[in-house]
Design a protein around this ligand. Structure first.
Ligand SMILES: [Zn+2]
Ligand SMILES: [Zn+2]
Length: 268
């Protein structure tokens, strides 16, 4: 069974205020679907409230309790502790502090913000896209994403071409946008995910696009397969198809994480 060879390391829960269910519900779903492992990786807290879609700093101890309860309920099933952490320039000391707040198995680096005021995947700010030059926004997004990878603060990197979420994408060959992020990953030993949630957004395709996957394969990078679930029913969603897509692009390896140490496995 293909799913047994995979982990779903990108999952959310109700603490971030826009997802359903508790960590235990996601673990139950992962086990029922036959995944080899699950990781819990809710949106990381910030020192002050900058938006309404992440866990509050005061809820962080509760997050750890909920993951501990899930582990106790499924003692024979690997439940990893992670976080999806926003990378914003200047936040590095905060990110390092967060990394020391628990015994994480992995941290996912993510770019949602291209400036302190604009999280480009937030539907509340959709009108900003129509007021902006798409190529310019893409350039800013990829500059931020490349800086995120180069920070080396994380174990893998989320939804590489998130900027396409609502369908905004420059014309033509986009590989020149991808190339600096791929090179940053080569230089630092980083890994990216295939995030199957993109199919359920306006763009209706996985993150990242196939040419990005082909560039990952040329660079011999590993790949994570992630659902980015905000509902326990979505754990492992479309994973068999994502593996086939990864292999057809030439990717061959995936990763497991424990205590921020990685193990390389062959894709199932
Ligand atoms: Zn979310
Ligand atoms: Zn994200």
């Amino acid at each position: 069974m293909i799913l047994n060879g995979l982990a779903d390391y990108h999952t959310h829960n109700a603490l971030c205020r826009h997802a359903e269910g508790d960590p235990i519900d996601y673990v139950r779903s992962a086990q029922a679907r036959g995944l080899g492992e699950i990781g819990i990786s809710d949106h990381s807290p910030m020192p002050t409230e900058i938006d309404d879609w992440r866990m509050l700093l005061e809820d962080f101890p509760r997050y750890l309790e909920l993951v501990a309860e899930a582990r106790e309920a499924f003692p024979d099933y690997p439940v990893r502790l992670g976080l999806e952490v926003d990378f914003l320039a200047g936040h590095e000391p905060w990110i390092e502090k967060v990394a020391g707040m628990a015994e994480f198995d992995y941290l996912i680096g993510a770019v949602h913000y291209i400036s302190p005021e604009w999280d480009i995947d937030n539907p509340k700010h959709l009108s900003r896209w129509s007021q902006s030059d798409v190529t310019d926004v893409w350039q800013r997004y990829w500059d931020a994403y490349t800086a995120c990878v180069r920070s080396q603060l994380f174990d893998f990197y989320a939804h590489p071409d998130l900027a396409k979420k609502f369908g905004h994408r420059p014309e033509g060959d986009l590989r020149h946008f991808y190339e600096p992020a791929i090179q940053a990953a080569v230089d630092t030993g980083a890994a990216f995910e295939i995030n199957t949630a993109g199919r359920y957004k306006d763009i209706e395709e996985f993150y990242p696009a196939v040419p990005f996957l082909e560039m990952m394969a040329e660079a011999k990078l590993p790949v994570l397969i992630s659902s980015d679930s905000h509902d326990p029913a979505h754990v492992g969603r479309d994973f068999a198809e994502a593996v086939e897509l990864a292999k057809s692009a030439g990717l061959t390896t995936t990763l497991r994480f424990e205590n921020r140490q990685r193990t390389v496995l062959t894709l199932p």
